[in-house]
Design a protein around this ligand. Structure first.
Ligand SMILES: Nc1ncnc2c1ncn2[C@@H]1O[C@H](COP(=O)(O)OP(=O)(O)OP(=O)(O)O)[C@@H](O)[C@H]1O
Ligand SMILES: [Mg+2]
Length: 321
């Protein structure tokens, strides 16, 4: 489906992707993992032909039909009715995998009630809007869904649903996610940011990736050979992790972060319930703005906490083998 050969991308003096090669075969479901700003979105844009690499080659299969669920979530006008957002308007029929379906049935797959068909998008909660975006992306005629952090702001039920859909999905997919369980269940290989623009692909899900990284010498020797340029950074981390232990602070953070994340999730849920009601904006713009600001702050904090947890967890597994 995709062949990337020695692709490189630099922004200013930051190397985002340094000499990366991979092949995406039919049926592969690739997970992409890495800290904020590592270049996950940039990498998938290149792998899908939306962005040119500075050097190296990308070859795309001729029958490739992309469906991109992007991080920004395609903007929907708030007054668009739910069913029109899904069908494009004008009809109650939607074509899924070449099969005509009634939009209400499809809505049900995404946990919406028939009564919500005429609800304007602007009145839906944040989680519901994320579900609409997902329903739209998966309804496009595509043999290659590319989902950039689809698990952010999904409730547990939707997450289960997404997991089921992606793992039952026979086609090829790329999913950017921090959600370890999700990747364990759906990914056939994981590409992780190793820092300094180095990306490495491991077979299997997230846990398999952690085990292979932990294997150390052999896995790392292969990586080092492949990326001589990035050698120093990797050698330094390997040497450093081989010797070190988790500090008291790090251990404490590993224990407390999941609870912090849960709290932030609850806070986000509460805040989401408010701005979704468009009437608040008309009645009290100041309070609406304050809530939106609080929501953005909570989301940033949650992302940072998830990130930190992921890094510590990787470190822990690497140390404990
Ligand atoms: N067009 C651009 N011009 C300059 N810098 C850019 C451009 N696009 C991305 N960047 C920078 O490249 C880096 C990688 O961005 P990218 O969006 O790919 O990261 P990401 O891993 O997807 O992050 P996140 O987890 O926050 O989604 C960031 O530091 C970003 O600011
Ligand atoms: Mg991104």
């Amino acid at each position: 489906m995709v062949e990337a050969e020695n692709i490189t991308k630099t922004y200013g003096d930051r190397v985002i992707v340094n000499d990366f090669s991979t092949r995406v075969l039919r049926g592969d479901r690739i997970g992409i993992v890495g800290p904020n700003g590592a270049g996950k979105t940039t990498l998938i844009k290149m792998l899908t032909g939306l962005l040119e690499p500075d050097s190296g080659k990308i070859k795309l299969g001729s029958a490739l039909e992309l469906a991109m669920l992007d991080q920004g979530r395609a903007k929907l006008l708030p007054e668009t009715r739910l069913k029109d957002a899904l069908t494009g308007g004008g009809s109650d029929t939607i074509h899924i995998n070449g099969e005509a379906r009634h939009v209400v049935g499809y809505m049900k797959d995404f946990l919406f009630t028939p009564e919500q068909a005429n609800t304007p998008i602007g009145k839906l909660s944040g989680g519901e809007r994320a579900r609409v975006a997902l329903a739209r992306a998966l309804s496009l005629p595509s043999n290659f869904p590319v989902l950039d952090e689809p698990t952010n702001d999904l409730d547990l039920e939707t997450l289960d649903l997404l997991e089921e859909m992606v793992s039952d999905y026979a086609g090829t997919a790329i999913v950017v996610s921090h959600d370890r369980d999700f990747l364990d269940r759906v990914a056939t290989s994981v590409i992780i940011a190793e820092g300094e623009g180095m990306w490495t692909e491991y077979a299997g899900g997230y846990s398999d990736m952690v085990i292979q990284r932990g294997e150390g010498v052999n896995a790392r020797a292969a990586i080092t050979k492949a990326h001589r340029a990035g050698k120093t950074a990797l050698a330094q981390t390997t040497a450093a992790t081989a010797k070190r232990k988790l500090s008291f602070k790090e251990k404490h953070a590993l224990e407390t972060l999941p609870k912090d994340i849960e709290k932030l999730e609850a806070e986000i849920k509460t805040l989401n319930a408010a701005p979704a009601d468009g009437s608040l904006y008309a009645k009290d713009p100041a309070s609406f703005a304050a809530k939106s600001k609080a929501l953005a702050a909570a989301e940033t904090k949650r992302a940072a906490a998830e990130e930190q947890w992921l890094e510590l967890e990787l470190l822990r597994e690497e140390i404990e083998g």
